[in-house]
Design a protein around this ligand. Structure first.
Ligand code: ADP
Ligand code: ZN
Ligand code: ZN
Length: 743
């Protein structure tokens, strides 16, 4: 009996909802994950990836695959499974996941009938002595030519050397020797691995407490449960990871070590290189396209040595082989979520899925776990392992909660600094120690504050602070869009002294310079550290002690260890706690713990100053008491009461158009369609603080779906409605971006 015809579903690099089915001509030997070129529309050709092979003839007339690349596959079975999950869960076309997952030079460009490769390995020349010559004889002969003799002896001593190992002045001599036939040159692929002359270090010996945790982790792994490692800063989480990683690498299994951003990779890589040397692959956005493609192809080889990938979120897309372990460091970090472009995925959550796909182990670590992860641990979805002690003794941080309102009433404040903080800075620098001052710069959307009692204004429906809009002098809820005029009097104390708040790092730096003219002051934020060179200079000036005071944003909080920092200060804690986001309190706690933890890393005594107008604010008290549990419990209660994750799931929608009328009309139709199904679960439209970007007007919606309701059912309905709106002629130009689990 003749089998029915063979078909393949192909992922094309386009924003279309489904895969397309093509006929596989006789004699084509395609496989899952291989590359093919197919026609689409009139005279258009695309290169895609084979997603599924089957014999179910579609109801429509199918075209045939034109070209097939049978040399090897470009995506493994596990990768295709992950892409499919990301596409479904984050409501993103599979083609866009494919576009994000494959390095750009491996994606063949659009309208071509031939598979033309954009990618070529970078090569170098490798020189060695011609084995056919008599070394002693030639060496003698060359004595009279200084350079040639020097180069020849170098090669005799080393066997073979790559071109970049020679001085520029030696290159002509190399050419002459090659011409004479004394040495030979071979072209070879450039070696990108981290070279370590000797990987000397033995695995770090764990302390009793660390060993206890290590055993607990192994036990949970044997039960196939993800582990949440909650360990205070400096407790040795990294040492535990190193011990774990080693076990998998020796078994010939790959390891993925995820970090939230590049900035913190360098110190870690230096540490890991001592143990794992050339098995380390570094993967992040600053790595150029050629190297990305090289890494991808190297990892696709199936008989290779196992590797450890240290990378940011996009490294979940690499072709792992026999993946054994995933480490998600700083798991609470919001950077794991890609919010701005599709696929809007969370790499931490995708990593949990990746571990399931490989039926393997994953450990999430943090000093201040996210509410969601800790909740999973409390509910036994993850197993919880805790490390409560620092390795280098217990160094107490002395907290000073500095009340800015009281200080300013008593005249004990100079611009943004209380006299308490000024005194601490003064004594720190006179003892030749260093200070780190933190100012959250997300101040473009200030809030208003009562200058008498320090209270701010919250939306009564959403429990988030309302944003001050300068242009139309009103308060707006960033979540539900509720608008209120600016109150004349404080609702709590009746004072009429109400002001918009917010200031940034640049202003702080300026003021510090006039307060401490003798001190060396540096600033660390996106404006001063625009490239790697500036970035490294700021860090090395801190390390060498050249800088006395470092002012910065979020960037100063992450993973740097400077031994001489004895003072850390938060200039405006209110600014953090009052941003219009239901996660503001949790984030505020995490950031404040991180900043204050910068002071006194080694046995030295450290001081942390927190300037606030709300010294009794629960989060401030929790920070001072080092009370993660307290923060977790109170936040969980709030989330329950006002229905936020982990008690519901969120989907946010951003509508954009150049024409305000079309946008408003679109928002109206969108609201009507979705409310018809979801009712009050849909919040909005909300006009964001920045309501026009690159000439496009913006409005936003937020949808809350209870945990008990079917999420996939809701997503299906949403996709249908959004597609329906987009098909209407009036709304052809309206863009609707969907963000599942927004951060
Ligand atoms: P964390 O990752 O939890 O912040 P680290 O792993 O960076 O903690 O440990 C903090 C410091 O203590 C590091 O300098 C580390 O080398 C040292 N340390 C931790 N545990 C050990 C150990 N078992 N043996 C030697 N040094 C350790
Ligand atoms: Zn008041
Ligand atoms: Zn509201």
């Amino acid at each position: 009996m003749e089998l029915p015809e063979l078909y393949a579903d192909i992922i094309l690099p386009l924003a279309i909802r489904s895969v397309y089915t093509y006929r596989v001509p006789n004699g084509y030997n395609i496989s899952l994950g291989s590359r093919v070129t197919v026609p689409l529309g009139k005279n258009k050709y695309y290169t895609g990836i084979v997603f599924r092979i089957h014999r179910n003839a579609p109801s429509y007339d199918t075209k045939s695959i034109i070209v097939s690349d049978e040399t090897h596959i470009y995506a493994t079975k596990e990768q295709l499974t992950l892409w499919n999950w990301i596409s479904g869960y984050y409501m993103c076309p599979l083609g866009l996941v494919y576009r994000a997952a494959l390095p750009s030079s491996l994606k063949l460009s659009g309208n071509e009938q031939e598979l033309t490769e954009k990618f070529a390995y970078k090569t170098t020349l490798r020189y060695s002595i011609n084995p056919k010559i008599d070394i002693d004889e030639k060496s003698k002969e060359l004595k009279k030519y200084k350079r040639q003799s020097e180069v020849f002896d170098l090669l005799v001593a080393n066997g073979a050397l790559e071109r970049n190992k020679f001085e520029r002045t030696q290159l002509p001599a190399l050419a002459v020797l090659e011409k004479k036939g004394y040495i030979i040159a071979e072209e070879k692929k450039l070696d990108r691995t981290i070279s370590k002359d000797s990987i000397s270090k033995k695995m770090p010996l764990l302390t009793e407490m660390q060993s206890g945790s290590f055993e607990k982790i192994k036990k949970s792994f044997s039960e196939n449960k993800p582990v949440l490692l909650h360990g205070v800063t400096g407790s040795g989480k990294t040492e535990i990871y190193i011990n774990l990683i080693d076990r998998y690498l020796v078994q010939g299994r790959d390891v993925l070590y995820l970090l939230p951003e590049i900035a913190i990779t360098s110190q870690l890589i230096t540490r890991l290189a001592d143990y794992f040397g050339e098995r380390i692959i570094i993967y992040h956005s600053k790595i150029n396209n050629t190297i990305r493609a090289e890494i991808y192809l190297r990892m696709l080889e199936r008989n290779r040595e196992s590797v450890i990938v240290v990378g940011v979120r996009s490294s979940v897309f690499l072709p792992f082989n026999n993946l054994g372990l995933i480490v998600v460091d700083e798991e609470h970090d919001a950077n794991y979520k890609q919010n701005d472009t599709a696929p809007r995925y969370n790499a931490r959550d995708s990593a949990v899925i990746l571990a399931q796909i490989f039926k393997t182990n994953i450990i999430l670590g943090s000093a201040t776990p996210s509410i969601e992860s800790y909740y999973n641990a409390v509910n036994n979805k993850y197993s919880l392992v805790e490390l409560t002690e620092k390795y280098h003794g217990s160094n107490n941080i002395q907290y000073i909660i500095s009340d800015v309102l009281r200080a300013s009433k008593r005249g004990e404040k100079i611009s943004h600094f209380t006299s308490e903080l000024i005194r601490e800075i003064q004594s720190t620098i006179s003892e030749k120690n260093q200070a780190i001052l933190f100012q959250n710069r997300r101040g473009y959307s200030p809030y208003i504050e009562c200058q008498e009692c320090g209270c701010t204004f919250f939306c009564s429906d959403c429990n988030v602070s309302m944003t001050y809009h300068k242009s139309h002098k009103s308060l707006v809820c960033h979540y539900c869009g509720k608008k209120e005029s600016i109150p004349h009097r404080c609702t709590k104390c009746g004072s009429n002294n109400i002001k918009p708040m917010g200031f940034g790092t640049e202003k702080i730096e300026q003021e510090l310079k006039s307060l401490f003219p003798e001190a060396a002051i540096d600033r660390f934020d996106l404006d001063t550290a625009t490239n790697n060179k500036q970035f490294r200079k700021i860090i090395s000036d801190m390390e060498s002690g050249k800088t006395d005071i470092l002012v910065g944003t979020q960037m100063v909080t992450k993973g740097f260890d400077f031994d001489k920092v004895t003072l850390s200060a938060i200039l405006n804690a209110d600014n953090m706690l009052n941003i219009p986001d239901f996660r503001a309190q949790e984030r505020g706690f995490q950031t404040m713990m991180q900043v204050t933890g910068r002071a006194g890393r080694r046995n030295t005594e450290g001081t942390a100053v927190i300037q606030t107008s709300q010294p009794e604010h629960p989060v401030i008290v929790q920070v001072r008491n080092n009370d993660y549990q307290g923060m977790f419990r109170s936040q969980l209660m709030e989330r329950h009461r006002f229905l936020y994750p982990p008690f519901c799931r969120l989907i946010s929608f951003t509508l954009k158009n150049r024409n305000k009328t079309i946008l408003d009309h679109g928002a109206e139709v969108f609201a009507k369609e979705l409310r018809h199904v979801f009712g009050r679960r849909l919040l909005g439209p909300d006009i964001p603080a920045i309501d026009k970007i690159r000439n496009e007007y913006i409005c936003e919606f937020l949808l809350k779906i209870e945990k008990e309701k079917s999420f996939s059912e809701a997503k299906k309905i949403i996709t249908g409605l959004v597609d329906k709106i987009n098909r209407t002629d009036t709304f052809k130009t309206l863009t609707v971006s969907i963000n599942v689990d927004p951060q």
